[in-house]
Design a protein around this ligand. Structure first.
Ligand code: PXL
Length: 289
């Protein structure tokens, strides 16, 4: 009897790398990034910066990987793989930040999206203070876009202006002003995420010459763990596929919106976004295999 093995390969799939922390409950971090890559049709890879023992309520423990382990993971990828875009998430220690900085320069990495992760959804800090300075003064200068939320924007502006007394961001006007400080300082694209504004869900995309006000649908949900990670990873996926920065961000926003609308509910505790939600609605998995 003859068996024919039919091998179907996905042609021209772009490779995208996430350099980020692990969230064992898989709502955020590299786990969210990998799900985002799958849902966006790119081949996802991961370099892990830190392990966290956490659930949606609390980070119980955080441990950075060693410098050598971080170096080896990065080399293992870049030595042999084509990398069409990079997303950077949690970077706790400055030493780990320095490794990433050197490697990205060495390998001439392109399409770099930096999510300046500072605080977990549960409220625990995911970055050392000295690393914040390193991000702003070094890493920001070699990436293509930075995607801070309102609290992170405030922290970044404090560092750039060397002023502790920066007001909270409570309006679109302030988002624009603070965004301009960051864009002028870095000469890069900045996406200020306004999801935490009380009455709107406007994001502002800008660089030193252009500004786009991106209106969003505000949906009240308790299941938003992973939105920031998913957004930055989706932007990286779109850049890898050669979309412009504006289109990459707009498509990523649509993706996150549908991931929130299809979120996973864990009952009492906060739920998480479901990156595969839209796809699941359109296919019957039981019939596939
Ligand atoms: O959402 C930011 C984030 C990034 N990376 C890790 C996280 C979180 C939030 O919880 O745990 C590992």
């Amino acid at each position: 009897m003859l068996f024919y093995l039919l091998e179907v390969r996905v042609k021209n799939m772009k490779n995208v790398l996430s350099i980020a922390g692990s969230d064992c409950s898989a709502g955020a971090g590299i786990q969210a990034d990998l799900k985002t890559f799958v849902a966006n049709g790119v081949y996802g890879m991961t370099v892990i910066t830190s392990l966290t023992a956490q659930n949606p309520q609390k980070v119980k423990m955080l441990e950075d990987v060693s410098i050598e382990m971080l170096e080896k993971q990065t080399e293992a990828i870049f030595d042999v793989m084509e990398v069409s875009a990079v997303k950077i998430g949690m970077l706790n220690s400055k030493e780990n930040g320095e490794v990433i900085y050197e490697k990205l320069l060495k390998y001439k990495a392109k399409n770099i999206v930096l999510d300046p992760v500072m605080i977990a959804t549960s409220g625990n800090s995911l970055i050392k203070d000295e690393t914040k300075d390193f991000l702003v003064n070094k890493l920001f200068k070699i990436v293509d876009i930075i995607t801070p939320n309102l609290d992170e924007t405030k922290e970044i502006v404090k560092i750039i202006l060397n002023n502790e007394n920066i007001e909270n961001i409570d309006s679109i006007e302030k988002m624009k002003n603070y965004g301009k400080v960051i864009a002028d300082f870095t000469k890069k694209w900045v996406l200020i995420k306004g999801g935490h504004l009380s009455n709107s869900a406007v994001d502002i995309l800008m660089n030193k010459d252009e500004i786009y006000i991106l209106e969003g649908e505000k949906i009240s949900s308790n299941n938003t763990h992973g939105t920031g990670c998913s957004l930055s990873s989706a932007i990286a996926s779109n850049l890898a596929k050669s979309y412009s920065m504006l289109d990459s961000v707009k498509k990523a926003k649509n993706f996150v919106l549908s991931s929130i609308k299809n979120s996973v509910d864990f009952g009492e505790i906060a739920g998480t976004v479901n990156q595969m939600g839209e796809i699941y609605k359109n296919i019957d998995i039981e019939k596939l295999y």
